[in-house]
Design a protein around this ligand. Sequence first.
Ligand code: KG4
Ligand code: ZN
Length: 349
Amino acid sequence: MIILGIETSCDETAAAVVRNGLDILSSEVATQHEFHGPFMGVVPELASRAHVMKVNRVIERALKAARIKAGKLDAIAVTVGPGLAGALLVGRMAAEALGWAHDVPVYGANHIEGHLLSAALADRRLVPPFLGLVVSGGHTELILARNWGDYRLLGRTRDDAAGEAFDKVAKMMGLGYPGGPIIDRLAKRGDASKSPLPKPWVNGTWDFSFSGLKTAVLYKLRTKKSWTAAEKRDICAGFQRSVVDVLVGKAIAAAQLLGLRHIALGGGVAANSLLRSELERAAVLKGLAVTVPSLALCTDNAAMIAASVHFKLKNRPALVPGQLKIDPQLHIPFIEALAAGPVFSASRR
Ligand code: KG4
Ligand code: ZN
């Protein structure tokens, strides 16, 4: 089965062709950093317009690189949520127009499920059940993957997503956009112990909260008029250390509680070098396997969208394509029974 994936939920216009759910024949991504950079964050209206300008060309490039004609596709998969309403609509219209013109069925995909399935694209050993940690600019979610297409949410951020916190802290420090990769680079030469910051454990739940940590950085920055480059690197390292410790601590605790042997990391923040290395280190200590996809699969892409529809169709071959409904708040069902998460001591490193 050959599926064209289309992804336009935020600030990346992407299209990819995937064979049998796992073979990526092509994957094209056009970023919009040039439009959002001056505003140090994604401007929804600009994102929609940029998608309109780019989407058809990106789709053409993906089909050409995969050497396939649109009429030969078995299905088209398009992200229908969560994401920015206008941006999602552009992808949906492009997918439906192509499907209508070439008589190819079009299916909706959940962006978060896509990030989870990036790990499956990266590692064929990954089989459910497993624990998913999806950390991006818009989401921070701990997910129990019971089977392909059968997911339950354990916890999510109550305010800022981890990537959003990275971007906002970088903006406060005047470092540039997107902030995650910049903080990651500066933190490598910084010393977290010289700039310790609170670790928001949000005890007794699997949820996360990063806005207080962001405010702690703001208050710290206000204590002096100017900061040397070395001090800024220490702040970056302290901030990054707090985010990573909480993400890793909760993911490992959840895997252990649920008896899951494999953790899959996904989302743009999964590109963070400390998160990647610390999750792998902690998992090895507990005898758990970890899949950390390549950087290209961590950030928004359309191969993950095609893969998620492939797995959905595999489990439910009778799935009807039908009218697609955009849902900017689309979410994975929450497990009430597991709402109570672990309690970490404040002193925990
Ligand atoms: O998944 P993604 O490409 O888009 C969303 O769905 O949001 O994630 C983008 C986010 C941005 O907030 C960006 O700053 C962050 O991922 N990011 C990083 C790194 N690379 C990208 N955060 C921390 N460290 C990185 N190396
Ligand atoms: Zn994403």
